[in-house]
Design a protein around this ligand. Structure first.
Ligand SMILES: Cc1ncc(COP(=O)(O)O)c(C=O)c1O
Length: 450
């Protein structure tokens, strides 16, 4: 990535200086452009390539990749309307983009942090420790020490070994027992690694008691991108069983954490779709955790808030034709992003990202639309760095782009800079909605005068 491009901030109005975008602020829109179209992206690129960043020049931009992120209050609002009892604690790991965090801080969300680094990031943003859960069932000792010294109260556990570690380093933690609750069809199942079997709960509760610890709640995670609604109801029912067992052990239970697993997309009217998930959860909560139990309910959504917020734009910067023994032309293209960058989501998150062709805004539209079997390579020297093999594409020129919608969850957050290529710092393009800026400004002003 051209460093001038990644550092560039274009200020379009006085409001931008208030929200301090660390990237190129393209526009303000009141509503989210929920399907960033190829036409709109081409317009953005034309503005970047021709007028907004003249000092970088075409070559700098062709070396780059751009992540366009839209900040809008729609997802937090839709959550609140659909599940008023459940406070979202955003899973920072999913996408620690400062704009997403800032907006969620302003909108009153809490945060699921899983390491000292994530805790530190949120505390530095002024988030009170009471709005954070250290939701890692197997924490490194130094991270526990950091949490203790910075007033973090809640953490999860699912083993005897973790209970001993907590007893030794921070016996004041409010401990939340994570139980296993697998959706067998989740895109990323988590149960193999985390979550105690429900039948292990009595033994873990007894151990916590013997060690003098306080168990205050139950958590679960059905797996990322959950498909089956019944997994949530079953998990909430099991959580209630563990609550009852904990009460019998003498614990004062006050927190239910229903984890993540939610996807968020739009219907054809541009409204956030929850499907039936919210109704299923509300019904199960009413049955197993009626309001008179006075249990605080939180969730740890990551993908729901982040996935549709970002669109990735990658130019083609190299290519070759290979002719098969049958005389068929197959095309190879090199993109500026690959499996070591945002497309690590193909390996680690089971994603199959969809793309659209965005023709170079600096070249005339091609007239020949014949298609070829094509392979998309990432930019590193590793031959395993292949984004897609044998897909059908029209003939692309160096300088044409591919646009990848829904690129905000578990993408750049998991990238590394292998081969000295700056995958972790794509150029950033922002679109803020006016109402989102209003919320952020109001909260920042209150903080200034407090
Ligand atoms: C403990 C925990 N909480 C929350 C999340 C976020 O899950 P999702 O993005 O599916 O909502 C994860 C994802 O791996 C997780 O491990």
């Amino acid at each position: 990535m051209d460093s001038a491009a990644s550092a560039c901030v274009v200020t379009l109005s006085a409001r931008c200086t208030r929200i301090k975008p660390r990237g190129v602020l393209l526009a303000f829109h009141e509503t989210r452009e929920h399907a960033i179209t190829a036409r709109r992206a081409r317009g953005y690129l034309r503005r970047l390539l021709t007028s907004q960043l003249p000092k970088i020049g075409g070559e700098g931009l062709a070396n780059s990749r751009w992540l366009l992120t839209v900040f809008c209050a729609d997802f937090p609002q839709a959550w609140r309307a659909a599940m008023p009892r459940v406070v979202p604690f955003y899973a920072v790991k999913c996408n620690p983009e400062p704009g997403i965090l800032k907006l969620l801080v302003a909108m009153g969300a809490g945060f699921d942090c899983a390491s000292k680094g994530e805790l530190d990031m949120m505390l530095r943003m002024g988030v009170s420790p009471s709005r954070i859960i250290f939701a890692h069932p197997c924490k490194r000792p130094s991270d526990i020490r950091y949490a203790r010294d910075h007033g973090i109260q809640y953490t999860t556990f699912d083993t005897v070994s973790e209970l001993h570690k907590i007893a030794q380093i921070n016996p004041d933690f409010k401990c939340v027992l994570r139980i296993r609750a697998d959706d067998p069809d989740a895109r990323v199942p988590l149960g193999l690694k985390y979550g105690a079997e429900v039948c292990e709960a009595p033994m873990l509760l007894r151990t916590a008691k013997e060690l003098g610890l306080q168990v205050v709640g139950v958590s679960f995670h059905v797996g990322s991108a959950c498909q089956n609604l019944s997994t949530f109801s079953g998990a909430i029912e099991n959580a209630r069983k563990v609550f009852d067992e904990a009460h019998q052990c003498g614990f004062n239970m006050e927190l239910l954490d229903i984890g993540g697993g939610f996807t968020g997309h739009f219907d054809e009217m541009g409204n956030v779709m929850f499907g039936e998930i919210a109704n299923t959860i509300n019904t199960a909560l009413a049955a197993y955790f009626p309001p008179e139990m006075n249990v605080r309910v939180i969730a740890e959504p990551g993908r729901y808030f982040a996935e549709t917020s970002s669109t990735l734009l990658t130019p083609v910067y190299g290519q070759r034709d290979r002719v098969t023994a049958e005389g068929v032309i197959k095309k190879d293209y090199w993109l500026t992003d690959g499996l070591y960058g945002s497309f690590n989501c193909i390996l680690y998150d089971g994603q199959t990202p969809a793309y659209k062709v965005v023709r170079s805004p600096l070249m005339p539209e091609p007239t020949d639309n014949s298609t070829f079997t094509s392979t998309l390579w990432g930019p590193t020297c590793d031959s395993a760095d292949c984004v897609y093999k044998d897909v059908t594409l029209p003939s692309l020129r160096n300088g044409d782009w591919l646009m990848w919608n829904n690129a905000g969850a578990y993408t750049v957050a998991g990238a590394c800079d292998f081969n000295g290529i700056e995958f972790t710092t794509p150029g950033k393009l922002y679109v803020w909605s006016d109402s989102a800026v209003d919320v952020v400004e109001e909260v920042e002003e209150q903080a200034m005068h407090a």
